[in-house]
Design a protein around this ligand. Structure first.
Ligand code: HEC
Ligand code: HEC
Length: 294
């Protein structure tokens, strides 16, 4: 009830008491996208109906239901997007925002929204108006899309991929700078002998290291065996995420930092860890021996 009252109030504030919308002219958004006032008006109505509880009337993420949520609802005026498939900091395509809104962000309060295609497109256009510094800059370009490299492993060589990915994760790419380690100290010593570098097993190796990032809270890197992953559905979606990184969270993109084969190996490895979520007995077989080491 409270929400409805607030929504109606917000509607009046935004559209004016005579019911006319505040949009009178076409907008031109990044990627030369021309959007008509009627679309923005429909987007506004949709936003007021479904999104303000969390993202707030002004888009700043401080709506009435935002309190205590972690991660907090995004401040849409920042114009930063974590989960599109474009490189770190680049402007997302409409299809990215559509995927994010349709599928939601698992493990957060951002649920999947089952709204009509027309309303989905309209609300996407409307939320752009919160961040004119990104969307309404003259000649602003959309982020570059990278081609998903071919999977060199496939189901047949999945096991080899996981073995390789484990080593890339802990040694070559050192994902444990932020995420936790899942290999034993003995394994790491063994790999180091082989690779002739020296990687010390530091005291934080088995912990998650919260990152400052560009949002107003510390972003926790997930434990893949325990937390929900926001934008991940399968192995290819992990490759996409790794190629592009997570804008503003400190998680960089890995395309051309590691080889395409290593990208897929990492993805198969992370997916094998992800499979332990919700399987406490299986997870324990991996984690208990790590915890028992001294
Ligand atoms: C119940 C709360 C809630 C509602 C309602 C909600 N969101 Fe969100 N939204 C969130 C949270 C929480 C996040 C941040 C997730 C994160 O950072 O991992 C988020 C993030 C986002 C993002 C950023 C995505 C990215 O890649 O960074 C967009 C865009 C967004 N929401 C749009 C919408 C739209 C459009 C609606 C209405 C159709 C909506 N949200 C409704 C909670 C909500
Ligand atoms: C500089 C710190 C940092 C490094 C290095 C890093 N990550 Fe992350 N990673 C993060 C943070 C922080 C998040 C959480 C982002 C969020 O949800 O806002 C994350 C999230 C993820 C996700 C989940 C994405 C989703 O949709 O929820 C995956 C998968 C991932 N990282 C894999 C890796 C792998 C594999 C490596 C090494 C190749 C790596 N990360 C290196 C900080 C890092």
């Amino acid at each position: 009830m409270k929400l409805i009252v607030i929504s109606i109030l917000a509607l009046f504030l935004l559209v004016g008491c005579d019911g006319t919308t505040s949009f009178k002219e076409n907008k031109i958004f990044a990627g030369a996208k021309i959007v008509e006032p009627s679309t923005l008006a429909l987007g506004q109505t949709t936003y007021l109906e479904y999104c303000i509880q969390c993202h707030g009337v002004d888009g700043k993420g401080k709506g009435p239901s935002s309190q205590g949520l972690l991660p907090p609802p995004r401040d849409l005026t920042q114009g930063l997007y974590k989960f599109p498939w474009v490189a770190y900091g680049e402007v997302p395509h409409d299809e990215d925002l559509a995927r994010i809104i349709r599928h939601g962000l698992k493990g957060s309060a951002m649920l999947p929204w089952d709204i009509s295609d027309e309303r989905l497109d309209a609300v996407i256009q409307y939320i752009k108006t919160f961040a004119p510094q990104v969307w309404e800059v003259k000649d602003a370009q959309l982020g570059v899309k990278l081609e998903l490299p071919n999977d060199p492993f496939g189901d047949t060589y999945k096991h080899q991929a996981i073995v390789k990915g484990k080593k890339v994760y802990h040694i070559t790419a050192a994902c444990t700078q932020c995420h936790r380690g899942y290999a034993t100290k003995a394994e790491i010593t063994e790999w180091n002998k082989e690779l002739s570098g020296s990687v010390e097993v530091d005291p934080l190796f088995y912990t998650l290291k919260p990152q400052d990032g560009e949002y107003n809270y510390k972003v926790l890197p997930p434990d893949f065996t325990y937390h929900e992953l926001r934008s991940i559905t399968d192995v290819p979606s992990i490759v996409q995420r790794l190629m592009y990184g997570v804008t503003g969270s400190g998680m960089p993109g890995w395309k051309d930092v590691v080889t395409d084969e290593e990208l897929w190996a990492l993805a198969y490895y992370v997916d094998s860890l992800r499979a332990l979520k919700g399987e406490p007995a299986e997870r324990n077989k991996l984690i208990a021996p790590l915890d028992a080491q001294k």
